[in-house]
Design a protein around this ligand. Structure first.
Ligand SMILES: C[S@@+](CC[C@H](N)C(=O)[O-])C[C@H]1O[C@@H](n2cnc3c(N)ncnc32)[C@H](O)[C@@H]1O
Length: 482
């Protein structure tokens, strides 16, 4: 979300991060269900394996807290790994955010919102309101275009806070639009609000500016085409809560494209769903900044295309939006023990089946002890075998049992479930570093674009939410300067 403290030039940061990812790509480059099939444990250095075989629960929980001192760790390879991650992760990414009590609002009272959603809406509503009213210039009206409005909670809460807001909620999902409109009309007492919040079904693209202008004109009777840019008494901002995948980037591009938009306040999520080209394996919107692209071209050992496949891939983006270290740091030893066993067995099942087969876990059957599972009959109680094409149940066969036993023999001198949990611990340690690369690249892209277009802007991220409650917790705040 920012340039880490150890760097002064974005290019140097990107270059060092890329060389780190190249070295440690084995930690994330395969889906966790496939880590045995892909031989990930064979790539784990022996020093790492030994460490995770004997680690106690306190150490396991503390290892990913990279900006906290960790005197228990003395093994050079692991110290180097942890220190490098810390160097590549800004301090601000690890700061604590206060969880507030319920805001006294009819919205949170009436909807019985879950604590996660309540926390998100309250915090973002306040942040938007604070930013839009910072300069003390009271806009006669402020039109807020909510990108990916979902069920419309954010817009409603904003209107409740400030009746000068007009909200245009754009959402591609027709069910959500229907629900948002219906619920809003049923519950609103203030008749004025009927014409103040409008939801429209629309799939937002980089070409959506004309659609947005027309929708504003039709619904709020305001013609932006004739308004004097940024000076109009009716102003315009793009907002969004968890605008997933490419939608946040679309909002950044429209912020530059639409002269009337003076603020962009948006929280991103679902990086792993970014659009990717199936032949080049490059993402349409990652990396975005020239500095990152230059660093990628400079990565020496392989061609740029190879780098996308090897370490700047979908598993990397999935790691960037995995659970964060805060929740991990509170897990009990029993949780880690069971989680490790589940993960090892799931990967084992994946490793012994044919390409045409798939497995399905029987609900409610929990593996409690790995030693019991030496018997293939016990393992069969946990997973059902199915044909991938038809989903028809199949019988486990002798070949499966042979492969199963071969895998268990391979790991008989170590506890595969502890190594599985060790692998997740390493991923959790890297998660914030990966997320920072994705998010800082976007921020720097906006700064580059602002310079190229000779447009003065201010842009930064703030950690807004409690990461344990809501792991995608950073808000991008951009504004055009007069
Ligand atoms: C993670 S949900 C968040 C919903 C809502 N903002 C909230 O926080 O409750 C993301 C929403 O964005 C919508 N969406 C994604 N891409 C979109 C696009 N290009 N145009 C319009 N809506 C989009 C999805 O349908 C989904 O409802």
């Amino acid at each position: 979300m920012a340039l880490p403290e150890a760097f002064t030039a974005p290019f140097d940061y990107f270059r060092e991060a890329l060389s780190f990812l190249e070295k440690y790509a084995w930690i994330y480059q395969n889906a966790n269900t496939c880590f045995l099939k892909a031989g990930t444990l064979e790539q784990m250095p022996q020093t790492f394996r030994n460490y995770f075989m004997q680690i106690d629960n306190n150490e396991l929980n503390t290892f990913p807290l990279i900006h906290q001192s960790f005197n228990a760790l003395t093994i050079p390879d692991l110290l180097e790994f942890r220190e490098k991650v810390a160097r590549l992760t800004p301090l601000h990414a690890c700061r604590e955010v206060e969880v507030e009590g319920e805001m006294n609002s009819s919205l949170t009272r009436a909807r019985k919102l879950k604590s996660k959603k309540q926390h998100e809406i309250i915090k973002l509503t306040r942040k938007i309101n604070e930013n839009l009213n910072k300069e003390g210039i009271a806009a006669e009206r402020y039109i807020l275009v909510d990108f990916g409005a979902g069920l419309g909670y954010l817009g409603e809460m904003l209107y409740e806070l400030n009746h000068n807001y007009r909200i245009l909620g754009l959402e591609t999902n027709s069910y959500r639009i229907r629900k948002a409109t219906q619920r809003f009309e049923e519950t609103k007492k203030i008749s004025e609000s009927r014409s103040s919040i409008i939801y429209i079904q629309h799939y937002i693209t980089e070409e959506s500016s004309a659609f947005i202008e027309n929708a504003i004109m039709e619904n709020f009777k305001y013609n932006y085409a004739t308004a004097e840019k940024l000076k109009a008494s009716t102003r315009l901002a793009i907002i969004g809560l968890h605008a997933c995948a490419d939608l946040t980037i679309t909002s950044m591009k429209l912020f530059f494209k639409m002269p009337q938009v003076d603020h962009l306040i948006i929280m991103p999520c679902c990086y792993h769903k970014l659009e990717m080209c199936n032949t080049t394996f490059k993402f349409r919107n990652f990396p975005l900044s020239e500095a990152f692209k230059d660093a990628l071209h400079n990565a020496q050992s392989h061609t740029v295309d190879n780098n996308y496949v090897r370490y700047l891939n979908r598993p990397f983006l999935r790691l960037a939006c995995q659970q964060t270290s805060k929740r991990w740091s509170k897990c009990s030893s029993e949780y880690h023990r069971l989680h490790g066993i589940e993960m090892f067995l799931r990967a084992l099942a994946e490793a012994i089946i044919d390409e045409s087969e798939t497995i399905h876990k029987f609900k409610s059957r929990k593996p409690l002890d790995l030693s019991l599972l030496k018997d293939f009959k016990e393992f069969r109680q946990l997973y059902e075998l199915r044909e991938k094409a038809t989903n028809v149940t199949l019988r486990w066969r002798v070949e499966h049992e042979k492969r199963y036993k071969a895998f268990l023999r391979k790991y008989e001198n170590c506890d595969g479930s502890k190594l599985a949990e060790g692998l997740i611990c390493l991923q959790t340690t890297m998660q914030k570093m990966c997320e920072n690369l994705v998010l800082y690249d976007r921020l720097y892209y906006m700064q580059e674009l602002g310079q190229n277009l000779q447009m003065r802007i201010q842009v930064h991220y703030e950690k807004l939410l409690d990461e344990e409650l809501s792991p995608r917790c950073h808000v991008l705040i951009a504004k055009k300067l007069q």
